[in-house]
Write a protein that binds this ligand. Sequence first.
Ligand SMILES: Cc1cc2nc3c(=O)[nH]c(=O)nc-3n(C[C@H](O)[C@H](O)[C@H](O)COP(=O)(O)OP(=O)(O)OC[C@H]3O[C@@H](n4cnc5c(N)ncnc54)[C@H](O)[C@@H]3O)c2cc1C
Length: 405
Amino acid sequence: MTGEGVLIVGAGQAACHLAGFLRDEGYGGPIRLLGAEPHLPYQRPPLSKAYLGASCEAEALTFHGSDHYAERGIELMLSTEAARVDRAERTVVTSGGERYPYGHLVFATGARNRPPVVDAPGVLGLRTLDDATLLREKLALARNVVVVGAGFLGLEFAAVAAARGVGVTVVEAAGSLMARAVSPVVGEAFRDHHEKAGTVFRLGSTMDSVVPLPGGGCRVTAGRERFDADLVVSSIGVVPNVELARDAGLPVQGGIVVDEWLRTEDPAISAIGDCAAFERPSGAGRGRIESVQNAMDQARYVARRIAGRDDAYAAVPWFWSDQGGLKLQIAGLAAETDQTVVRGDVGGRRFSAFRFRAGELTAVESVARPADHMTARRLFAAGARVTAAQAGDEGFDLKALPATV
Ligand SMILES: Cc1cc2nc3c(=O)[nH]c(=O)nc-3n(C[C@H](O)[C@H](O)[C@H](O)COP(=O)(O)OP(=O)(O)OC[C@H]3O[C@@H](n4cnc5c(N)ncnc54)[C@H](O)[C@@H]3O)c2cc1C
């Protein structure tokens, strides 16, 4: 790498940790973080859980206090949006016109909410601390909410709202919960769990219109049904922030395209976290992974690579979601699976769904079974072979399976 150090665009989960990991690896050059948000870097998962439920405050979400960055020689520039990359000059230009040189540039720009199907006043999204603060205030006054989208975030929001005694209706286009990510048996278990908390589901349904009501709130139309709500939350997925890379002439394919070393086509530029499209494990193909694990492992890897290591990136994907006291943990990636085997007690909502493709285990979804989750992560890391019969047999000790790598 030439001089000018490492410039990281973004100051979220991946960016903030990359800066720290670089110092941990002994990197002594300049490190600069450009972050569009005004807040000290913070963790997002509690935004839809403890913070939304008012059981923690914003200060508890920051990764570090303000002194930490200066102490570690990390220049943190908040409210600073990178607007353009000049690859010939190895410079990033901000929206305010400042120019920052780089020896190595890392995109850690994350993703933003997909615009709501109906973009009306009163339809809100949840991605940033500011979004969560607004939703928290509104939720405290709401009697009825409509959530559009039964993915992880929408369901976490629904669980917090229902726990506060708010009437919750979830409108979802798919026929099951978290349909893109989990097996039907897990989706059903969570549906049952949310329904017992009072949440009403309208599956196979989409929001058609939102009309303000004279006394406040709005009326949501979904198919033939109408729901009056004080608050509508749209949670229908995200789009990656790829524009900087694309405008700089770098390939973009559902995310910023990176190779097995997480480098873009330009070896002086890497991309990590929610914005990066890489060749994923478990035969899931090129794509992005939106998770804390992915952001952290990719940050750790790129720090080591910049510090001199040259092996390819490899990590077992894992994820968690907390929904009203019920924890879902996923290890691996469930792309195009053809067999699901259950271990444990589905009715008691303590089980794991082992998902196979052509006889190969690709993902394990654990509902209130943390030990299964940890075992699954170890099995994937060790390349252990698990058969469907072994997975479904509670008496079989999966931990005893031999490693192959
Ligand atoms: C409400 C919520 C709950 C979640 N819960 C979980 C969970 O339970 N488990 C889990 O594993 N994951 C969860 N996630 C996902 C997880 O938080 C993300 O995968 C992770 O934050 C990705 O890290 P990142 O650094 O790639 O992106 P981010 O953390 O989103 O950071 C990207 C940053 O880049 C900034 N940026 C973008 N463009 C520019 C620019 N041009 N110039 C300057 N700055 C820019 C953005 O403003 C943003 O601050 C949750 C996400 C949300 C929103």
